[in-house]
Design a protein around this ligand. Structure first.
Ligand code: HEM
Length: 410
């Protein structure tokens, strides 16, 4: 009797608790999702959506940061995005909680130091110019199709020290995968995802047959890394390489189009940055806040938590909406505006925070910085042709955006 009563009670509570506050799949324009988040930060900062079997979303900066700083309560090992997608096994470091997560970051972090960035910069600039020149010579086009979907594959070929054959393969497969993922072409995503695994497997086979200097080669370093006296399991090394390729590919590819779109609509800012390129890093940082490309990653509550009066039960997934946190007016006044040199810009969470903070942050910054520098240097002006297609949750940015470009005399 009392059991029946209890379960009825839970049902009623859940109906009240698990309201359908927003639809992450609603069609979007360039501004719509940010308008919705702005409203939700005021009226429903801890929101529940019934989509994808139900998930919570934290919209305010303080709540997002608190979750990121409390990884023992908000874990990533159950699912690191909403909706849960991984069908090919665990991929470190993103899918692991500390302390299991620790050795992977210990192996990866030395590949993103200032010194390493100085060494990779000339190759990165060469690739950028190689890809931008035909785009600019053609007086523009869709920057996503012609440049941003291609750039990460070219970068990975350098970063992973790949043979010519594997370089060609990674360039081709990442370009297709990136577009398929953003267009929600699930069949093609699955097919190309398996090809990415094949490439990662080949990289490992090559390094096992012929190791490189572990100080210069991330795959060799992962293969030689020991933790508690044992080598890291090879399937997990494979998962790490595959993870880096995907997580390092999507954000830059949606973000570059949005930055350029803002610049196209603000010719006075284009001129300011061309006249004083030392301002470009500050502009980039403000773009990362304003146009945060990973809308949010997920955590799962390890115990019941109550946030702003709403109870999230153990095992329920929570999206931490970085894109909303970065426009929280309580932290970033006039948050919808682009303000160069905001005093507290270093507080943005576009790269996350806590143990899972983006491992590739310095490389991402370098790639984006070089793109902006070379694009501005090689153009006299550019404008949008007005055709914009947006990606969908969990990314935010342009899937397709075209510009008309006037080349400069470089
Ligand atoms: C605009 C570019 C990029 C942005 C905005 C970005 C953002 C992020 C964010 C927000 C996370 C944290 C995930 C979480 O909170 O669960 C993350 C993790 C990660 N990122 Fe990036 N990322 C970018 C580019 C890159 C690049 C180029 C690489 C390297 C090739 C990279 C490698 C990683 C890795 C390995 C992780 C997992 C870290 C961990 O779980 O410990 N990212 N990234």
């Amino acid at each position: 009797m009392s059991n029946q009563f209890d379960s009825k009670q839970t049902e009623t509570n859940d109906a009240a608790r698990l309201t359908d506050d927003f639809d992450p799949l609603a069609p979007e324009t360039f501004t719509s999702s940010h308008e919705i988040y702005k409203d939700m930060r005021q009226t429903c900062p801890v929101a529940h959506s019934n989509e994808w079997n139900g998930f919570w979303a934290l919209l305010r900066y303080d709540d997002v940061v608190n979750a990121l700083k409390t990884p023992k309560t908000y874990i990533t090992s159950v699912q690191n995005v909403v909706p849960k997608v991984a069908f090919t096994g665990r991929r470190p470091p993103l899918h692991l909680d500390p302390p299991e997560h620790t050795p992977y970051r210990q192996a990866l972090n030395p590949f993103f130091t200032e010194e390493k960035m100085r060494r990779i910069e000339p190759a990165l600039r060469r690739i950028t110019v190689e890809l931008l020149e035909p785009y600019i010579a053609a007086r523009g086009g869709d920057i996503c199709a012609d440049y941003t979907h291609k750039l990460p594959g070219y970068l990975f070929a350098e970063f992973f020290n790949l043979s010519t054959e594997l370089s060609m393969a990674i360039r081709e497969v990442t370009t297709i995968y990136d577009k398929a993922l953003q267009e929600a072409n699930d069949e093609l995503v699955k097919e190309t995802s398996l090809k990415l695994y094949e490439i990662a497997r080949q990289i490992i086979a090559d390094r096992k047959a012929q190791p490189l200097d572990p100080e210069d080669d991330v795959t060799t370093a992962l293969l030689q890394k020991t933790w508690k006296g044992e080598l890291l399991p090879e399937p997990m090394v494979l998962g790490t390489i595959r993870q880096m390729i995907v997580v390092g590919m999507i954000a830059p590819s949606v973000f570059i189009g949005t930055m350029l779109l803002h610049l196209a609509e603000h010719p006075e800012l284009q001129t300011q940055l061309r006249n004083d390129p030392s301002l470009i890093p500050a502009a980039l940082e403000e773009y990362l806040r304003l146009y945060t490309p990973y809308r949010g990653f997920a955590r799962t509550a390890k115990e019941d938590v109550t946030i702003r009066g709403r109870t999230i039960k153990k095992d329920e997934p929570i999206a931490l909406v970085y894109a909303s946190a970065n426009r929280d007016e309580a932290v970033f006044p006039r948050s919808d505006e682009f303000i160069l040199n905001r005093p507290n810009i270093d507080q943005h969470v576009a790269f996350g925070l806590g143990p899972h903070r983006c491992a590739g942050e310095p490389l991402a910054r370098l790639m984006l910085l070089i793109t902006l520098e070379e694009f501005l240097k090689r153009t006299e002006s550019f404008e949008s042709t007005g055709d914009i297609k947006m990606t969908r949750w969990p990314e935010w940015g342009t899937l397709s955006v075209s510009f008309k470009v006037s080349p400069s005399q470089v």
